[in-house]
Design a protein around this ligand. Structure first.
Ligand code: ADP
Ligand code: MG
Length: 253
């Protein structure tokens, strides 16, 4: 059981953004991907999501042994992969409650389970909403419409709590959040991981997030190359010293 990225090279509009990278993430583990701005972190997240703008020129992606390199985004989601976005889209006209029930029931159907009734679903939803310290009115609002940064992120975690994917990719889920919101979101994710043993790829700049969700492995990306791999101590070293020395050493390899 692994989310495996093998010798992946990615281009956008003819420019190579990621070069020959390999990474592996097992269920129950946390892999932190760090690196300076523009190093290709979001590109990797988008490629994992199956975004059509990115061209894989070399390499493969496997989900529990099944190759997903050329699957469509919804097929990846059904296979157990959840992607969050640095800038989630807004969908006016669709309430959160409706959206989530449709998403959960689509997943249940794909797994051959009976859809939840409205009543059943709402009791499950209420529990998740309360655990994120969101107001119960929240589920009647339109999806991502007029949301604050913190509300968008909590919406993502709400989806995670309900969909319980095996693998999760969080692209700067902590960006734009105040300290209290970072803690609530990170604790929500930690609670989920304890329940479901999900494998989590965290893209972040913030040590606060990693203090609550300590990574088993830390990989550093620079200019599309993995320049360092280590444990949580590597993230702490980056917090203290910045990327400078790590990126330089990596380039001399
Ligand atoms: N859609 C795109 N078109 C052109 N260039 C892109 C596109 N997406 C990303 N890039 C370029 O790829 C590089 C990596 O970007 P990105 O993956 O967003 O980095 P990060 O998330 O690490 O900050 C940057 O130089 C960026 O300008
Ligand atoms: Mg990014």
């Amino acid at each position: 059981m692994t989310l495996e990225i093998k010798n992946l090279t990615v281009e956008v509009e003819g420019t190579q953004i990621i070069r020959n990278i390999s990474l592996a993430l097992e269920p129950g583990k946390i892999l932190a991907l760090m690196g300076p701005n523009g190093s290709g972190k979001s590109t990797l997240a988008n490629v994992l999501a199956g975004h059509p703008k990115y061209t894989i020129t070399q390499g493969q992606i496997f989900l529990d042994g099944k190759e997903i390199t050329s699957l469509k985004p919804d097929e990846r989601a059904k296979a157990g992969l959840f992607l969050s976005f640095q800038y989630p889209p807004s969908l006016p006209g669709i309430t959160i409650g409706k959206f989530l029930r449709a998403a959960v029931n689509a997943q249940r159907e794909a797994q051959g389970e009976k859809p939840h009734s409205v009543v059943e679903f709402h009791s499950i939803l209420k529990e998740a909403v309360t655990s994120l310290q969101l107001n119960s009115e929240f589920i009647r609002r339109y999806l991502n419409h007029g949301f604050s940064g913190g509300e968008k992120k909590k919406m993502e975690v709400l989806q995670l709590l309900l969909l319980r994917p095996r693998y999760i990719v969080l692209d700067e889920t902590d960006s734009g959040l105040d300290v209290d919101a970072i803690r609530i979101v990170a604790e929500g994710i930690r609670h989920l991981q304890k329940m479901t043993q999900s494998g989590i790829l965290i893209i972040t700049h913030y040590s606060k997030f990693l203090e609550i969700l300590p990574p088993d492995t830390v990989a550093v990306l620079s200019k599309g190359d993995i320049v360092a791999v280590g444990n949580y101590e590597l993230a702490q070293k980056i917090e203290e010293d910045g990327f400078g020395s790590i990126v330089k050493e990596g380039e001399h390899k």
